[in-house]
Ligand binder design. Structure first.
Ligand code: URA
Length: 503
């Protein structure tokens, strides 16, 4: 029997090192006891080994490796493990190790890919729970200024259910890099002094400062961004659970805003009827080009308009029922200022697990064609019309389902705002769903592909087929579809070059 003593409840490095050594030695899962050394989580010692004496074994004495090597663990699983480890479920360490053991030594080489496997399913649920709490933390942490502290320091109190503080703080470091702040939770605290992040012991509510001017500003801001036309009280209370309200300065405003929502929404509908079509806004900020005609990378505006903030909002969106079944939101990937945005249909199985668009087989076709066309992926922003994987479970597999019109409609604003934030010259639409999302109508891909249109704000739009169509076809049909896609990519790239060429 071996005992692994982890230094913290979210000690991913400790878990990974121990798991690697035990996998190499083919230690059976039931022969390892996982425990957390810190006093705050002493109760999390794993109960997986029934009669284990936690103090008898020495975790520093690792078993010798066996001759045959365990296969390397894929990055996507490590990403999942990083989230799962932050869950408060005491069986998490053992569960993560068990699936790796089954894969390496149990004759189940594909187990990590089987989302319907009971262990994998549980891991994805735990990971999703943690990801949700991280979003909640990003959304509901409210800083208050500490009175009379010089230089000024901001303080926030938060009560997470899981060990999500360390997972969440990089967001605050990026977002509030120039502020001095502390986030205090019951178990642990994080402190940023504009240069260095340090972690300290937990605290208690009320130990920080009280109301301040920043809260007044926040209330004004909240009242202004509150969108009465999007009011869904059930979704709001599930997205913003009441347990968080007590720490939110805007909570007292919510009741009145909800009461006024009907009248405000009607006024918005009237105003909307007179407004320019939404797509016109896509390229509101035209590209600057340098002396060689190369687009200058534009920094997204800070605050709510930036791509990062937009993506944080999208990650928190659970407006569609299928979003609740997805592992995570798959946002677009690439840089602000990319000249070409490529829009696919929706995240697939691999994308759902990895969190990256076009990470699976269709992405392989697409990325291969971009490479063949010598298109630098630095100049491409990849995204999707629908951000959550929509699927049905068949046996051990999750089968892709076509997103319906409502899903596309609900995701449309995310797509438009993302395109607006990137500010491309050209948008390439892959397949009918992408076409519908951008054009707001049904698109006949076979008839409309290979055609360039221009939006009212001067962005060129090229319609093409979806790379999955190439994968679904055989022989000459597949080769011909691939040529179509190749030629549409080349067309889109010519439009980029024409747009950035000096006149
Ligand atoms: N298909 C898509 O349309 N998008 C992806 O990200 C993956 C597959």
């Amino acid at each position: 029997m071996f005992t692994v003593s982890l230094s913290r409840p979210d000690d991913i490095d400790g878990w990974r090192d121990a798991a690697r050594a035990h996998l190499a030695a083919a230690t059976a899962p039931e022969n390892i006891v996982w425990q957390v050394a810190s006093a705050s989580d002493a109760g999390a010692a794993v109960a997986a080994a029934p009669s284990a004496d936690l103090f008898a074994a020495d975790h520093t004495v690792l078993p010798p490796p066996v001759a045959t090597q365990a296969p390397p663990v894929p990055r996507s699983f490590l990403d999942l493990a990083e989230r799962v480890i932050c869950h408060s479920d005491p069986t998490r360490f053992a569960l993560l190790y068990r699936v790796l053991f089954r894969r390496a030594w149990g004759g189940e080489p594909d187990v990590l890919r089987q989302a319907a496997d009971t262990d994998m399913h549980t891991l994805h649920l735990l990971g999703k729970c943690v990801a949700r709490e991280r979003h909640k933390m990003h959304a509901f942490v409210r800083f208050r200024q500490s009175d009379g502290v010089d230089p000024e320091h901001f303080y926030a109190w938060f009560e997470p259910e899981h060990h999500t503080l360390r997972l969440s703080v990089p967001f605050f470091v990026r977002r509030f890099a120039n502020m001095r702040w502390s986030i205090v939770t019951p178990a642990e605290s994080a402190h940023w002094d504009t240069r260095q992040l340090v972690f300290g012991p937990g605290g208690r509510k009320g130990a920080g400062p009280g109301e301040d001017a920043m809260e007044d500003l926040w209330r004004v801001y909240f009242a202004n961004i509150f969108n009465p036309a999007r009011l869904m009280v059930d979704a709001m209370t599930s997205e913003m659970p009441v347990k968080y309200w007590k720490n939110l300065p805007e909570a007292p405003l919510i009741q009145q805003l909800v009461l006024d929502a009907g009248a405000r929404a009607s006024a918005m509908v009237d105003a909307e009827a007179l407004a320019e079509p939404r797509f016109a806004a896509v390229a509101e900020h035209p590209h600057a080009v340098d002396a060689r005609g190369i687009p200058v990378v534009q920094k997204a505006a800070d605050g709510m308009g930036s791509l990062g903030a937009l993506h944080a909002q999208t990650r928190a969106c659970l407006a569609c029922p299928h979003a609740h079944k997805a592992t995570q939101t798959v946002n677009g990937e690439g840089r602000v200022g990319a000249s070409l945005v490529i829009v696919g249909e929706q995240a697939g199985d691999v994308e759902d697990l990895s969190g990256r668009p076009f990470a699976g087989p269709a992405g392989e076709v697409l990325r291969g064609l971009l490479k063949d066309a010598d298109i630098d992926t630095q100049d491409v922003f990849l995204t999707n019309a629908v951000r959550h994987f929509h699927y049905e479970v068949r046996g051990k597999r999750r089968l892709h389902k076509l997103p319906d019109k409502d899903m596309v409609d609900r995701c449309r604003q995310h797509l438009f705002q993302e395109i607006k934030a990137v500010g491309p010259q050209v948008v390439l639409l892959l397949g009918a769903t992408a076409g519908r999302a951008l054009r707001g109508r049904a698109v006949r891909v076979t008839e409309e592909r290979g055609v360039v249109s221009t939006t009212s704000s001067g962005v060129k739009v090229v319609q093409s087929i979806h790379p999955a169509a190439v994968l679904r076809a055989d022989g000459e049909k597949a080769a011909s579809l691939k040529r179509d896609l190749q030629s549409d990519i080349a067309l889109a790239w010519r439009c980029v070059n024409a747009a950035v060429a000096p006149s």
